[in-house]
Ligand binder design. Structure first.
Ligand SMILES: Cc1cc2nc3c(=O)[nH]c(=O)nc-3n(C[C@H](O)[C@H](O)[C@H](O)COP(=O)(O)OP(=O)(O)OC[C@H]3O[C@@H](n4cnc5c(N)ncnc54)[C@H](O)[C@@H]3O)c2cc1C
Length: 402
């Protein structure tokens, strides 16, 4: 058995923020992740639509750790009593303190057929699968000289961003590379009364107008009750045929077996981010059950505080309760089109888009990644076409949950 002390599971926003705080304090730790890189999920949709290449939004974890060590392993469970993690392959990893930052995973919300026939956007593999399927669908439509139809389910930020990027990509692709395709339609289906429900209604209305201006058909009050081969079924019984169904609703926590969870798969904690009855275990980010939205700033702030509370516990000091500092929200729709709510102010159009671009470049990890993204965006902005040339291999990527 390995000798370990502080273990962080997950090198996403929350886990990495905790690791950096421990580095600053000069305290050693072990970071365990099932993949060897940190992934900047907010720009995944740009990989799915060919605006960015995968390495631009991923950064290897090892060089990011100062005093910490890294272990590439999938954790399959926690033995709370024995204070050890159970790794894939049967190995046990003891800990004195645990920071759990395993994020969330897509959820089908119990809708039949979603796991089998729809595409999700969570990891790099998902983004690359969507991109390949999109190109194959275009090739199929070109061969049959027929129109193409894509369904995006869910009018939250991810659905809006995906629908906008798909519309921009298709406008370019049909004009340049696929003149035989008899048109393309992107449908954005939202079960509620407006898009971007977490934003103020005026910004939801702007997003709808902007998307419609880009050719996206926005259907509100459209509840998908089933996804089948070749399309989705609505509650009223209508079947919407589609070449691709993208599922942008519903995530649930991604806890480790052996931990208590709420109905949304999140780990309940006290305000100090500790598991009740187990003050040596902290849960942060999307997997934390305090009821905050699944956003990168929440994970970053919780990761930092969990590390600080852990250090305070080692020094015999009282922990600090978590208070979310909400700095606002942003969602991009397309070129020069975005919505922003910052400090009680609302912006749309170019100012919101420029702010969105600035914040994303600033938050990306690594100078090389920032440069790659800037170059690609500059190219796309100047030449009005995706900066990435996409090559298709043989074989058909499968939909579903990875
Ligand atoms: C498509 C998309 C777009 C988004 N856009 C935005 C946005 O615009 N703004 C925003 O604020 N937020 C956005 N988010 C949400 C944001 O990315 C999450 O809130 C944030 O990543 C949560 O951080 P985390 O540390 O909790 O989890 P994650 O960043 O998901 O990290 C979890 C880590 O745990 C690892 N892991 C999981 N299970 C195991 C295991 N069993 N063993 C070992 N390792 C494991 C994973 O490999 C991963 O590295 C978006 C999310 C998605 C999917």
């Amino acid at each position: 058995m390995r000798e370990t002390g502080i273990v962080i599971v997950g090198g996403g926003f929350g886990g990495l923020a905790a690791a950096k705080a421990l580095d600053r304090a000069g305290v050693p730790y072990l970071l365990v992740d099932a993949r060897n890189h940190h992934l900047f999920q907010p720009l995944l949709y740009q990989v799915a639509t060919g605006y960015l290449e995968a390495p631009a939004i991923a950064h290897p974890l090892r060089p990011l750790l100062g005093r910490g060590r890294f272990l590439l392993a999938r954790v399959e469970g926690v033995d709370l009593k024995g204070r050890r993690l159970l790794l894939e392959g049967g190995e046990a990893l003891p800990y004195t303190h645990l920071i759990l930052a395993t994020g969330s995973r897509p959820h089908d919300l119990g809708v039949p057929g979603v796991g089998r026939h729809a595409f999700f956007l969570k990891g790099l593999e998902d983004a690359q699968r969507i991109r390949q399927r999109l190109l194959l669908a275009l090739e199929g439509a070109a061969r049959g000289e027929r129109p193409l139809r894509l369904l995006v389910v869910g009018g939250g930020p991810t659905g809006v961003e995906l629908a906008g990027a798909l519309a921009e990509f298709l406008r370019y692709a049909l004009r340049r590379d696929f003149p035989e395709v008899g048109g393309a339609e992107v449908l954005l289906l939202e079960a509620g009364e407006r898009l971007l429900p977490s934003f103020r209604p005026a910004l939801s209305a702007y997003a709808k107008r902007a998307l419609e201006g880009m050719g996206v058909r926005v259907v509100l009050g459209a509840q998908v009750v089933g996804v089948e081969e070749g399309g989705a079924r609505l509650r009223e019984g209508a079947f919407l045929p589609a070449d691709l169904v993208l599922w942008a609703v519903g995530v649930r926590g991604n806890p480790l077996p052996g931990l208590p969870t709420d109905p949304r798969g999140r780990v309940p904690t006290d305000p100090f981010l500790r598991l009740p009855g187990h003050p040596e275990v902290y849960a942060v980010g999307d997997v934390n059950g305090l009821g905050l939205p699944g956003l990168a700033p929440v994970a970053l702030q919780q990761g930092r505080l969990a590390a600080e509370n852990l250090l305070r516990a080692l020094r015999g000091q009282e922990p600090i309760p978590f208070r979310y500092r909400d700095r606002g929200q942003l969602a991009v729709i397309g070129r020069n089109k975005a919505v922003a709510e910052i400090g009680g102010l609302a912006f749309t159009g170019f100012p919101a888009w420029a702010l969105w671009a600035f914040v994303h470049i600033r938050e990306l990890i690594g100078f090389r990644n920032r440069l790659l993204v800037l170059l690609n965006w500059g190219y796309t902005y100047l030449f009005r076409e995706p900066g990435v040339r996409v090559l298709l291999g043989e074989g058909l990527p499968r939909p579903g949950l990875s």
